[in-house]
Design a protein around this ligand. Structure first.
Ligand code: GUN
Length: 286
């Protein structure tokens, strides 16, 4: 079964839109995305975030800064957004230029407005099992997994990649669902053997088609977070971390690239923005 992330994301956006339409009063959720420099992929991601935010009724704004902005000036901009009552979500698009300390920037964002879920307060709350702002990519993966595996209890999940953006928060979400989780990464020995014992594989390593058919049990579910640009017969092609063509008829469920995790990430950002709005405006516990 191919898990249609595009369709499931559309349904989630519709749900967010319906909830925004129901908000009484004139204030709507506000999302500000900060984009620094001219990183090509970031330009595309940010444009899509803005477009979909507007579609569901979020007041969305992109603040663009030159790549030479100082860390101090960037922090001042974030602090202004922290106190701006019309802004409920703040997202600083990564990667940042080398002269800016990513950790310090993330820690400048008000945790309640941290729709990326990268602030240590949110990271800590998620790993303690408390209510938290959950990073959008693993949250999107989680929703896709639940479509095919409503009960995850006792399953062996293998998370490939240990990033703060995906691997680590993904692990926390799966633990909460009573999975047995193995994280594998670039220094892990025998990744292939570990994957062969997985009921569920989440691949986020950035290596085109790394996960092969003979690594995966036939009743497994495979979620592909990878976005790799390959040149095939002179044309640019986007492929995931999984050998989709050879796996699609072999497994219980698999996400395509594009059209799998990607659209879910943006839909979850919109959902997180609404969640931040509800907390700030007193409609949900803080
Ligand atoms: N760059 C790539 N993925 C992400 C993400 O999820 N959030 C932010 N802020 N930047 C990114």
């Amino acid at each position: 079964m191919i898990i249609d992330g595009k369709k499931i994301a559309e349904q989630l956006r519709e749900k967010v839109k319906n909830n925004i339409d129901k908000i009484s009063g004139s204030q709507k959720p506000g999302l500000t995305v900060i984009l620094i420099g001219d990183h090509p992929a970031s330009q595309i991601y940010v444009r899509n975030k803005e477009k979909f935010a507007k579609e569901v009724g979020i007041n969305s704004e992109v603040l663009r800064f030159d790549k030479n902005i100082t860390e101090q000036n960037l922090k001042d901009e974030i602090r202004k957004l922290n106190t701006n009552p019309n802004v409920h979500g703040i997202l600083v698009q990564l990667p940042l230029p080398d002269h800016i300390n990513q950790k310090d920037i993330i820690e400048t964002i008000d945790p309640t407005k941290d729709v990326d879920g990268f602030h240590p307060v949110n990271v800590g709350n998620l790993s303690s099992g408390n209510d938290a702002m959950v990073p959008c990519t693993p949250l999107g993966c989680y929703y896709l997994i639940k479509q095919v595996l409503p009960n995850l209890s006792g399953l062996h999940a293998v998370v490939i990649g240990r990033s703060n953006i995906n691997g680590k928060p993904m692990t926390q979400l799966l633990l909460k669902e009573n999975c047995t989780v193995t994280i594998v990464h670039s220094k892990t020995k025998n990744i292939e053997e570990i994957c062969k014992r997985a009921d569920l594989i989440i691949a986020a390593v950035g290596k085109a088609k790394m996960v092969k058919k003979d690594w995966v049990k036939s009743d497994a579910v495979v979620i592909d977070v990878g976005i790799n640009r390959l040149e095939v017969e002179g044309k640019n092609k986007i492929v995931g971390d999984v050998d989709f063509e050879n796996l699609k008829d072999h497994v219980k469920g698999i996400t395509p690239v594009p059209g799998g995790v990607g659209p879910m990430t943006i839909a979850c950002l919109l959902e997180n923005t609404l969640k931040a709005f509800n907390k700030i405006s007193g409609n949900a516990p803080r």
